[in-house]
Design a protein around this ligand. Structure first.
Ligand SMILES: Nc1ncnc2c1ncn2[C@@H]1O[C@H](COP(=O)(O)OP(=O)(O)OP(=O)(O)O)[C@@H](O)[C@H]1O
Length: 247
């Protein structure tokens, strides 16, 4: 059951370890409200990507609740989590994960093939998938029509990053998760990208969780969360022996 008043993310008593007896994350509570743009910072190896894996239902906690849009996704079956992720969450990965043999537009429309809800969202706008991809790409300042037909491998890193953002945003997912998508860019380009991303998240009503170790970016966001401050595991407290490995 979901309602507009529920937070988009609510982690409660969440623990995760990659191996039995080890703990990477031990987070008593984390709340992110609808429409917030939250920056999560932490040094390399502090568990930022692991946290995003839990939020996206790619990983499941060994203890606690991972509630996304009012759904305790840690208790979903793997297939249900895959559907939930496709329908409700847009990801921007550090390495972008674009498909090299597809064109720019095909890369952007790709998630719609797996996500009925996002497909319907595009249909409800009275446009087709290709038109919506072009609209988003134009908003992200990729306007050269010839470039949009080309394989993504022919694009610069900054251009690929904006393609990855358009792919995450298409179909207006409620949650957009970005994992260090600016690390390959200079600081001016980084900030310009983040501002474009904010504008599009606001237009779509999407909540944004953005992870980075680059604290120069945090002032741009509504809120900044230091992972080490909310994560008791950063004090190297071992998990209880009965905790089993998470696959
Ligand atoms: N697939 C995995 N199997 C085992 N251990 C892992 C795996 N992925 C990450 N880890 C470990 O979990 C810890 C947190 O890693 P994670 O990638 O979440 O950190 P991070 O904060 O995102 O780092 P970075 O900023 O370098 O990307 C590290 O000690 C890492 O070695």
């Amino acid at each position: 059951m979901s309602s507009l008043r529920q937070p988009v993310i609510h982690l409660k008593g969440v623990q995760f370890g990659w191996k039995p007896g080890t703990v990477v994350l031990d987070i008593p509570e984390l709340l992110v409200n609808q429409g917030e743009k939250v920056f999560i910072r932490g040094p390399s190896g502090s568990g930022k990507t692991t946290l995003l894996g839990l939020l996206g239902g790619v990983l499941t906690p060994v203890a606690g609740d991972v509630s996304v849009l009012g759904n305790d996704i840690g208790r979903f079956s793997s297939a249900r989590r895959d559907h939930f992720r496709a329908d409700h969450i847009g990801f921007i990965f550090q390495m972008f994960n674009l498909i090299p043999y597809l064109s720019v537009i095909e890369n952007v429309t790709l998630p719609l093939g797996f996500a009925r809800k996002r497909r319907e969202s595009v249909q409800s706008m009275g446009v087709d998938a290709g038109q919506e991809a072009i609209r988003l790409l134009n908003h992200l300042e990729l306007t050269d029509t010839q470039l949009l037909q080309r394989p993504v491998t022919e694009l610069s890193i900054g251009q690929q990053q904006r393609v990855a953002a358009a792919r995450a945003l298409i179909g207006r997912p409620e949650l957009v998760i970005a994992d260090e998508p600016t690390s390959a860019l200079d600081s001016d380009t980084r900030e310009a990208f983040i501002r474009l991303l904010f504008t599009e998240c606001e237009a779509a009503g999407s909540t944004l969780v953005f992870v980075s170790h680059d604290s120069a970016l945090e002032a741009l966001f509504d809120r900044s969360v230091a992972l080490n401050e909310i994560n008791r595991a950063s004090q190297h407290r071992p998990l209880s022996a009965e905790v089993s490995e998470v696959v």
